[in-house]
Design a protein around this ligand. Sequence first.
Ligand code: FPP
Length: 238
Amino acid sequence: MTQELTPKPPRHIAIIMDGNGRWAQQRGLPRVAGHRAGAEAVRRTVDACIKSGVEVITLYAFSSENWSRPESEVKALMQLLDRFLKEKTKEMMQQNVKLQAIGRLDKLPEKTRKRLEDAIQTTANNTALTVNLALSYSGRDELTDATKAIAQQVAAGELEVDAIDADTITSNLYTHGLPDPELLIRTSGEFRLSNFLLWQLSYTEIIIFNKFWPDFDESDVLHAIEQFHSRDRRFGTI
Ligand code: FPP
């Protein structure tokens, strides 16, 4: 008897949620309306990932570079994040979702950081899906911080220079403890990494969607997983 085996979904999916502004512009709406619609797409994506058995998603919600956007947009994004955390913590508990965050979180406004810390603490023991928010995040900052941490361990005599290897770097990144993403999704048709998870994406399969992030839905998650399964992953071998 032949048995159909369902292939395993990627354990970790990273997502560059691009195109909120253009989505709003096309509709003659303010950019913040695009971000609001983007938050709805986050909800749909979380639901789809839980159903598909994905373990972790890392969402690029706010890059270090995003601090240079007009003050009004930064403020609106922080307020949106604030409201998202306030309204969704209960839902995350019901869905058994664990929240984590990576980035220079000390740069976030006090109120938002506090709400984030509360949500992380409240959901800490949940096991269905880890939602990892990249906030005030830059891949180069992350590698710089890891380098400093490693240098301090060497200076303190806790680590030999010759003992430094790829695992040393991995374990000093903000993402320590998480598997590397097997799949990267980017919306709005751009082919760029934009300073996202530079070390962790070394062997990651990339899928670009030609739609704006607010239009992303459950069927797109399923399509991405299907595409992922059709890729021949060789990790540099033949
Ligand atoms: C990129 O679109 C999106 C962002 C910079 C912010 C992402 C935020 C959200 C999806 C909403 C909030 C998220 C959470 C987790 C509450 P863009 O503004 O760069 O779009 P554009 O390239 O068309 O201008």
